[in-house]
Design a protein around this ligand. Structure first.
Ligand SMILES: NC(=O)c1ccc[n+]([C@@H]2O[C@H](COP(=O)([O-])OP(=O)(O)OC[C@H]3O[C@@H](n4cnc5c(N)ncnc54)[C@H](O)[C@@H]3O)[C@@H](O)[C@H]2O)c1
Length: 326
């Protein structure tokens, strides 16, 4: 298979490329990424000499480039996105440009060039916020609350429309919060670890009781691989860990792993439009395709914290890059 992976220099995309090159050694993978602040090509240092892997620096909104690349592949997996909710609250435009316009561009080229499968990677945030009980199902109405989740929901709707209108063989996955190595240190777990390493306090939004479902990034990649090969076209598949934790619980785990106590917490003003609870049912992907998480939260969080502690140089190099951009 010849595969285009967009956004492959980011947190999940790089894990997916590493996973695919290992699991399917005969596949050829092109990684299209324009290396925004969140993209880091060094995340794939261990793959760069693989003759089945090629990196192209470019934007998914570039029509000509996207057409040229898609004419060389059988399938497309779209990870490329602006992915940080806080940034979307401050600057929504780029979220519409990349997440909506960029997706449209990929769908259109995929339709015109007749790809075998197009997989849109999305998030449980498109469903909005839950009360104390219940789960998001694939049939749950979309009710995004942030500009980020609204842009992802729009991309999901375009994906659906390309299946319904043009019969483009699309697949759409919606996953809960990922954690693991190589996550840009703006997201909760690596951000808090990097703060604590500098003996700074960790800022918790509101009362810290917002609930998220957490899935180890490797399990997300394995699920996408499964859906890409065996999913039914035109379908949405939820992916989750059945692992609901409050932000405060996650913070306390990190504090204890790093020998700190709760005096390192600073409660800050809540995020605007902050969703209270996400919880996702993975019944469909488990029953239909046999996927289930392989790494327990207890194992995954230990591996993750250890990775960041062992790879402080990686965090430092990102912080240096950030400082040089200011
Ligand atoms: N992180 C999570 O917990 C999570 C959960 C569910 C779904 N998702 C989705 O998974 C995907 C990947 O998330 P992530 O956490 O790895 O994000 P990330 O921010 O770490 O990586 C995004 C990558 O996309 C690239 N990119 C951004 N704009 C681009 C453009 N216009 N053209 C080409 N490349 C561009 C960036 O350079 C970066 O390498 C996103 O679509 C996100 O919505 C993320």
């Amino acid at each position: 298979m010849n595969l285009l992976v967009t956004g492959g220099a980011g947190f999940i995309g790089s894990c997916f490329i590493r996973h695919m090159l290992k699991k399917h050694p005969d596949y050829k993978i092109i990684n299209l990424d324009n290396l925004t602040y969140a993209g880091n090509i060094e995340n794939l240092n261990d793959c760069k000499d693989n003759s089945n892997y090629k990196f192209i620096k470019g934007n998914i909104c570039d029509k000509k480039l996207v057409r040229d690349i898609i004419s060389q592949v059988d399938c497309v997996v779209n990870f490329a996105a602006e992915s940080h909710v806080d940034n979307s609250i401050k600057n929504p435009e780029i979220f519409i440009e990349t997440n909506v316009q960029g997706t449209l561009n990929l769908l259109q080229a995929s339709k015109e060039l007749g790809v075998e499968r197009y997989l849109q990677v999305s998030t449980d945030e498109v469903y909005g916020s839950l009360g104390r009980e219940g789960y998001f199902y694939e049939t749950t109405s979309l009710a995004p609350n942030s500009p980020y989740s609204a842009s992802k929901a729009s991309a999901d709707m375009l994906t659906r429309a390309y299946y319904e209108t043009y019969k483009l063989p699309t697949l759409n996955t919606r996953c809960s919060n990922n954690y693991g190595p190589y996550q840009y240190p703006e997201k909760l777990i690596p951000f808090f670890i990097s703060k604590l390493l500098k003996n700074e306090k960790v800022p918790i939004y509101g009362d810290g009781l917002n609930v998220r479902d957490w899935l180890y990034v490797y399990d997300h990649c394995e699920a996408i691989d499964t859906v890409l090969h065996f999913g039914r076209v035109g379908e949405v598949y939820n992916i989750g860990g059945h692992n609901e934790k409050t932000n405060l619980e996650i913070t306390k785990l990190i504090l204890s792993a790093m020998g700190k106590d709760e005096t390192s917490i600073e409660y800050v003003k809540d995020r605007l439009g902050h969703d209270r609870r996400y919880a996702i049912s993975n019944d469909k992907i488990t029953k239909e395709l046999g996927w289930k998480p392989s790494i327990t939260f207890e194992e995954g969080i230990k591996l993750t914290i250890k990775w960041y502690l062992d790879n402080q140089k990686w965090i430092k190099s990102i912080e240096n890059k950030k400082a040089s951009l200011v």
